[in-house]
Design a protein around this ligand. Structure first.
Ligand SMILES: *Cc1c(COP(=O)(O)O)cnc(C)c1O
Length: 361
């Protein structure tokens, strides 16, 4: 039998096997129509239904209040770094940003092109190994932008900050932890997430946006980049990435069948708990991350002393444990254990760490 392979990549990341099978079928023959979903008009009833269904699934899973819209856009989370300030900030205006990782920082650089960025807190000088708890918000701030989970360094907000300006709102990049744990959507004005970490393949980005902030969009911006365009056209303004949306649909359906976000959250807690305990216990490894801020999704770990990292990586690869190399800016190792990573994958990694210790410890 072929060895079971587990993919620990930070993104694009593992998808559930049933999602892959369903998507493969849809790519050849969508719902026995004789057409590939990729050949179908986005003006067809089937595609309209697909978008509606996927939106309803997302709303149900995240308990999204009726006052919010869900959009399926392109351009990744990266385009949202620009689209949020373009819509909600003008020259001379200010927005608050928490600098808690490489992605937060990229969002800051992009927003600076449209207005004044007030960096309310930063852990940049200490390689982002914790999430600062204080913040110096500006009273006039249009919105406060955070990154809920720091994919590269492995920190995660456990409690979301309050927004001081009563007219402002909280914005979060949730690319790497959306649908992994329960969140109170009503605390946010806008949430965005690229699909390829926890929701599907690359090519589609989900935006959840509160209705009342739409009348603050007061600038002449390109039609595609105006959130109202996509609300009005139900995410079918131009030719959408239907195959990617289909895979998202299957992923959300799988999650629903599992018992929803609450169910996956308790599985994710177990998975992360297993791995963090082993990192603590194993004499060869340690976590560089402040305990209270540790991510359930991306778990970096390093050798306690100078050792050959490539050797451990190939040891893992021989056991079917792939893509465990840490981000180039951090080194060491990183296990990304998103929703689709089964607990068996984490158990296999923990066994490999134990075995490596018994040989090299
Ligand atoms: C991966 C990632 C991004 C970049 O997403 P793209 O879809 O490639 O633009 C942005 N933010 C976070 C938190 C990420 O994990």
């Amino acid at each position: 039998m072929k060895q079971k392979v587990y993919q620990f990549s930070a993104g694009p990341s593992a998808l559930h096997p049933s999602v892959l099978t369903d998507t493969a079928h849809a790519a050849v023959d969508y719902q026995t129509s004789g057409l590939s979903i990729m050949e179908m008009s986005h003006r067809s009833t089937q595609v309209e239904i697909l978008f509606q269904e996927t939106t309803e699934l997302a709303k149900g899973l995240l308990d999204v209040p009726d006052s919010y819209h869900i959009l399926w856009l392109q351009g990744g989370a990266t385009l949202q770094f620009a689209m949020v300030p373009m819509n909600f900030m003008k020259e001379g205006q200010v927005a608050d940003f928490a600098d808690t990782g490489a992605w937060s920082y990229k969002a800051i650089l992009e927003a600076q092109k449209f207005g004044n960025v007030n960096v309310v807190c930063s852990s940049r000088d200490s390689t982002y190994h914790f999430i600062p708890k204080t913040s110096n918000q500006n009273d006039e701030s249009k919105y406060f932008h955070i990154t809920s989970n720091n994919t590269i360094y492995g920190t995660q907000y456990k409690v979301f900050p309050e927004v001081n300006n009563p007219n402002g709102f909280l914005v979060s990049d949730m690319s790497s932890d959306i649908f992994s744990r329960k969140i109170d959507v009503s605390k946010f004005g806008l949430i965005y997430a690229g699909a390829q970490k926890n929701m599907g393949p690359a090519g589609v980005t989900m935006v959840i946006i509160r209705d009342d902030i739409l009348d603050r969009i007061n600038q002449t911006i390109p039609t595609y980049l105006d959130y109202r365009t996509h609300i009005e056209k139900k995410s079918l303004f131009n030719t959408p990435p239907v195959l990617a949306v289909y895979a998202v649909n299957r992923t959300l359906e799988w999650l629903n069948g599992l018992g929803g976000v609450e169910a996956i959250e308790s599985i994710n807690e177990k998975k992360a708990g297993l791995l963090y305990s082993e990192i603590e216990r194993n004499t060869l490894f340690t976590s560089p991350i402040t305990e209270e801020d540790r991510s359930m999704m991306n778990i970096p770990f390093v050798f306690t002393e100078d050792r050959n990292e490539a050797d451990f990586l190939s040891f893992c690869e021989n056991r079917g444990l792939m893509t465990l190399k840490g981000h180039r800016s951090v080194g060491g190792f990183r296990a990304s254990i998103y929703n689709a990573m089964p607990i068996e994958g984490v158990e296999a990694l923990v066994s490999a760490m134990k075995e490596y210790e018994s040989i090299n410890g």
